[in-house]
Design a binder for this molecule. Structure first.
Ligand SMILES: Nc1nc2c(c(=O)[nH]1)N[C@H]1C(S)=C(S)[C@@H](COP(=O)(O)O)O[C@H]1N2
Ligand SMILES: [Mo]
Length: 348
């Protein structure tokens, strides 16, 4: 079994839902349109699309790696290769990128270099483990790209465009997720350009509230009492930082690095605007005594050291650390983490 760096397995049978939960409501029959740099633009009804494969679905076993650090291995999808659909339409020589657009409220999209998409055997999937794909996981039709973080696999496929220039997708442009997304190289985030002087000034005020400070480097710093309400702090590096009494209410801390940080009496609660988000955050070796977690999402977060990495211990949690049931429920897919927290917070 092989897992890319800093991923953890979900419990057998679990498959977390990430991002949008349903397609756009639309009474028109489902079609998939191929447009852009193709010889003939085509709109396929689903039955036509399925038949392109020659009647038999193309079966592919895929390892799912979510950027928020959970993985699910050996999932069998059935469908038709993107290559087969594009062959049907004729690829023009100037085509360099393929963009997939969803039938969803926000016209969710993602893109890949065309050559990568073909080399990775991108699948247009309509079944999973021999059953029709569930709506919540992208049914009736989604793409599945093996060898990339799962945000490159689009749910509810409605449009495929071949382009000469890239048009980065929803997560890639809104959230700063890496456009290449290779899990083996941990390409989770593109590095944003924060002005170094601004950052230094902010660090000295210890007030991050409302700021966009994705991927900020704050390892080893003394930030006791930090105010970070509603701050955007995805991928922030707080390793070994002193964050005693820090207020992270409403902050987005997905994939933040808190290894060995001092988080005594820190708070992760909702604000009027939003709940705090700790998906994929890493708390190994952090001191969480007196810390409060209320209505936060903890999908993929790590508290208990995983067996494959001995470099950090587990988080220090005791009966003074408070997790509400809503927060603990989000760890359902990784019961090892949930059990660790329950055991430690019950201990004396
Ligand atoms: N249409 C659409 N596709 C999407 C997303 C989304 O929000 N909308 N989220 C992406 C992300 S981040 C992941 S991890 C996977 C999640 O798929 P799942 O919900 O079936 O696990 O879908 C990807 N495709
Ligand atoms: Mo994801």
């Amino acid at each position: 079994m092989s897992l890319p760096p800093n991923q953890q397995l979900v419990a057998p049978g679990k498959w977390p839902v990430v991002g949008e939960r349903a397609p756009r409501e639309d009474s028109a029959p489902w079609t998939v349109t191929v447009s852009g740099l193709v010889n003939s633009e085509r709109t396929f009804r689903l039955s036509e699309l399925f038949r392109l494969g020659g009647g038999e679905p193309y079966e592919q076993t895929v390892d799912i790696h979510c950027v928020t650090r959970w993985s699910k291995l050996n999932v069998q999808f059935g469908g038709i290769l993107l290559q087969s659909v594009l062959n049907e339409c004729g690829i023009q020589p100037q085509a360099r990128f393929v963009r997939m657009v969803a039938r969803s409220e926000r016209d969710h999209s993602t893109s890949l270099p065309l050559q990568d998409a073909l080399d990775l055997n991108t699948l247009i999937a309509f079944s999973c483990e021999g059953k029709p794909l569930e709506t919540i996981h992208g049914g009736p039709v989604r793409t599945v790209v093996s060898g990339r973080y799962f945000y490159k696999s689009l749910k509810w496929l409605e449009r495929i465009e071949l382009l000469a220039e890239d048009k980065p997708g929803y997560w890639e442009s809104e959230t700063g997720y890496h456009n290449r997304a290779d899990p083996w190289l941990e390409q989770r985030y593109a590095v944003p350009n924060l002005d170094r002087r601004d950052v230094r000034a902010l660090l000295s005020t210890r007030n991050f509230s409302g700021r966009d400070l994705r991927s900020i480097q704050a390892a080893h710093l003394d930030l006791a009492g930090l105010q970070a309400l509603d701050a955007a702090l995805r991928d922030a590096d707080f390793r070994r930082a002193i964050l005693r009494n820090a207020v992270f209410d409403g902050a987005n801390l997905s994939n933040a690095h808190f290894q060995q940080a001092d988080l005594r009496f820190a708070s992760f609660r909702p604000t009027d605007r939003q709940q705090a988000d700790l998906e994929g955050a890493d708390f190994r070796g952090a001191d969480l005594r007196g810390a409060v977690f209320e209505q936060v999402s903890l999908f993929g977060a790590t508290f208990a050291a995983r067996s494959q990495d001995a470099d950090f211990g587990s988080a220090l949690i005791d009966q003074t650390t408070r997790f509400d049931e809503t927060s603990l429920a989000t760890l359902e897919a990784t019961p090892i983490q949930e059990e660790y927290i329950r055991r430690q917070s019950a201990s004396r």
